[in-house]
Design a protein around this ligand. Structure first.
Ligand code: HEM
Length: 694
């Protein structure tokens, strides 16, 4: 570990405070000047920014405060590096100094978390205090973990450059147009629900937040007409615009040369040491239904009805929908008759099918609360809420490990990584307090974004006899008003559970690479380009380094990529430059897995962390889990399936039948379609939650 004496720390602290103050003054000037550094609300990029919305002003203040501390540490680290002439390799080793708490940089540490000495029966909303020795592990507003140290040009925060000649890497948009095409190659085995549940899960455990101005205004990095990037002297420091080549086959038609991109907010490292930049996860890392309840008590409080343990709903002529949000910026329109919803996650309205899943889980919470109240009339609202929440979290964990994950990574990996749930009444003893449960940066910035490749650009909506509508998905991004149509909810659930997903490959729908978030505009933004740029923003190392990490040999030539090699050669100077997200998509897939080896292992590792690093994981035994279930309850919980949750929470207007496994195509491999009342889609018997039942 590299040590700094008190004098040096005093100097770097003064430098970083002065530079941060300068930055803030510059930001304030940018905001008040007539320069176009604030993003127009009508642009597609503004909807991209909607994904980074904080919950309210207090939430924004807390997020910006913590991110500001982390930025100060990054600046101090640069100053320290310069004074000590440290190399990038030395910086990569991470720890540059013991805990800074008692040094002049002490005020940059994240606020301390205090836990009760007796562990609470119900997990905390913010994810903190799961592990008493590391109370912040898995908590919201903390950094992502890393599988490998980052690759930053300056060892601290500047985006990486080519390993070959130190030149800037090719434009992500150039890579996107060179490598990806819009073709439909369907998967024969799995339904669109894998895509939609996958996105729901991504939001359940991760949210990176784009930098904004201190008052929450969105940062613009391009000229308002998109003709060029803003001059670096007149733009926010977090700008990292994507340059669009002049001959771009699509954006060229609209004279667009610049796509907005703003770097993610940072978070101070857990041990409060100096070192390279770490990105913030805004939500709790655990699978704890934060998408339903939020990640702060304030947020949860606004979602609860405080009656019978239930969540607030919007009664739309007898159907319970999510409550309508008070955030007037959350959707494209808030007109009379439209809808824009509130839930535990600020991205709920991003896709209509995402809003559908949020609605299903909100309804399931209320269904559980009603049933528990019937069985235990003396329980208070608080008790009913907490018990229903605990059951819902367990149900989501069961669906993830029993149905979703095997569909993505295959049975073989489930076995290899010991990810299968225990059976029947058995407890698990696999909790290991040395495992850091946090989401890894590689998982959220690359591997789990495999899901963007399986998105279908169209949603086919069927009536009782024929197809009624084909929806081009950009039309239902941040515009979920169709949810108010009487038949829509059941119809779209049928679509999700019967239509196939696309293969994980080099095919991306134009809906994502040309028209995403376009709203009324002729063009939108390119998600593939954003993914590549985000990887560089977060300092994710190139693909080859992760091959080595998972025990594969490094590629030494583009030919090693097979037929894709030729296209890769056009946009990368070296095989060691290929971005992780790109290389991962082009991999050969192991039998039964949707993704290649590298993505498979990164995803499997993540779900090991979320299971064996979570004290409250539903199947942990009583000596480990303060909120343990009884053996009878465990047996019931393990019966849960996504089909059961859908059956119990659809509108019941058009949907009365489901395949046994909703993630698999109906009829394939014995996945019969049965009545929702069938025993083949078992129910959990909540009688085992009746107090003093015998
Ligand atoms: C129509 C469907 C989808 C849309 C429109 C969409 C859009 C987006 C956007 C705009 C971002 C932020 C990009 C950035 O600036 O870095 C993002 C991030 C992400 N997406 Fe998707 N996505 C979709 C589906 C999925 C699916 C199916 C999965 C996984 C199975 C997924 C996983 C992720 C993950 C892990 C992130 C990073 C989250 C974070 O750290 O904040 N997405 N997506």
């Amino acid at each position: 570990m590299i040590k700094a004496d008190a004098y040096t720390l005093g100097v770097v602290s003064r430098i970083s405070k002065a530079q941060l103050a300068e930055l803030r003054t510059r930001e304030a000037k940018l905001m008040s000047s007539s320069k176009p550094s604030i993003l127009s609300r009508s642009s597609a990029s503004y909807s991209h920014f909607r994904n980074s919305r904080t919950f309210n002003a207090a939430d924004l203040h807390q997020v910006m405060n913590i991110a500001g501390r982390a930025l100060e540490i990054a600046i101090a680290t640069r100053a320290f590096r310069d004074r000590q002439s440290l190399s990038n390799e030395e910086l990569e080793l991470g720890m540059l100094q013991d805990d800074l708490t008692l040094t002049p940089l002490g005020d940059t540490c994240a606020p301390k978390i205090f836990c009760d000495s007796v562990p609470e029966r119900y997990r905390r909303i913010d994810g903190a205090c799961n592990n008493i020795r590391h109370p912040a592990w898995g908590s919201h507003l903390t950094p992502y973990a890393r599988l490998l140290p980052p690759s930053y040009k300056d060892g601290v925060w500047s985006p990486r450059v080519s390993e070959y000649d130190g030149a800037p890497l090719a434009s992500p948009r150039k890579i996107s147009t060179t490598l990806f095409k819009d073709e439909n190659i369907y998967q024969s085995g799995h339904t669109l629900l894998v895509m939609q549940f996958g996105q729901y899960m991504a939001h359940e455990i991760t949210q990176s937040i784009d930098n904004s101005f201190m008052n929450g205004s969105a940062v613009a990095c391009c000229q308002p007409d998109g003709s060029a990037a803003l001059d670096p002297n007149f733009r926010h420091d977090a700008c990292m615009p994507i340059i669009i080549p002049e001959d771009d086959p699509f954006y060229g038609m609209f004279q667009q040369r610049c796509m907005n991109f703003v770097r993610s907010l940072l978070a101070p490292r857990h041990d409060c040491t100096m070192g390279y930049a770490e990105q913030m996860n805004k939500v709790s890392h655990f699978i704890d239904a934060s998408s339903v309840y939020g990640s702060t008590p304030d947020q949860t409080g606004q979602l609860r009805s405080f009656e019978g343990g239930k969540l607030i709903t919007f009664d739309d002529f007898g159907r319970d929908l999510l409550p309508i949000t008070k955030d007037s910026e959350a959707c494209l329109t808030m007109e009379q008759g439209s809808a824009c919803f509130n839930s535990g996650d600020t991205r709920t309205n991003q896709m209509i099918t995402l809003a559908v899943l949020h609605t299903i889980f909100m309804r399931e919470h209320n269904r559980l609360a009603s049933e528990l109240q019937r069985l235990n009339p003396s329980w208070s609202d608080e008790r009913l809420f907490l018990e229903a929440r605990q059951i819902l979290i367990a149900e989501i964990q069961v669906v993830v490990y029993k149905e979703f994950l095997p569909a993505v990574i295959g049975e073989q990996a489930m076995k290899e990584f010991n990810l299968n749930l225990k059976r029947g009444r058995e407890y698990s003893y696999e909790y290991d307090p040395s495992i850091e449960p946090s989401v890894t940066n590689e998982f959220t910035t690359a591997a789990f974004r495999f899901g963007h490749s399986i998105v279908d650009g169209q949603l086919k909506v069927y009536g009782t006899k024929k197809m009624e509508e084909i929806i081009f998905i950009p039309e239902v991004m941040f515009h979920p008003s169709r949810m108010r149509k009487r038949h829509f909810f059941d119809q779209i659930l049928s679509t999700l559970t019967t239509e196939p997903i696309q293969e994980v490959d080099d095919c991306f729908s134009d809906a994502l690479t040309r028209y995403m978030f376009r709203a009324g505009n002729p063009f939108g933004i390119d998600l593939a380009a954003l993914n590549i740029q985000r990887g560089r923003d977060h300092g994710i190392r190139p693909y080859n380094d992760y091959r080595e990490l998972v025990g594969l040999s490094r590629y030494t030539s583009f030919n090693d990529f097979g037929p894709k090699g030729e296209a890769l050669r056009k946009v990368y100077a070296s095989v060691d430059d290929v971005d992780l997200w790109v290389g991962g998509l082009f991999e050969e897939k192991p039998e039964g897995s949707m993704v290649g080896y590298v993505f498979r292992d990164i995803i499997a590792d993540q779900f090991v962390r979320l299971k064996n690093g979570d004290k409250y994981f539903f199947e942990n035994d009583p000596s480990l889990n303060p909120g343990h279930f009884t053996p009878d309850q465990l047996e019931e919980l393990r019966k849960v399936s996504m089909s059961r949750i859908i059956c119990d929470n659809s509108d019941g207007i058009l949907l009365a039948r489901q395949a046994i496994n909703a993630f698999r195509i109906p009829g394939v491999a014995g996945n019969d379609v049965v009545d929702c009342s069938s025993e083949l889609i078992p129910r959990i018997n909540l009688f085992y939650w009746k107090e003093n039942h015998i």
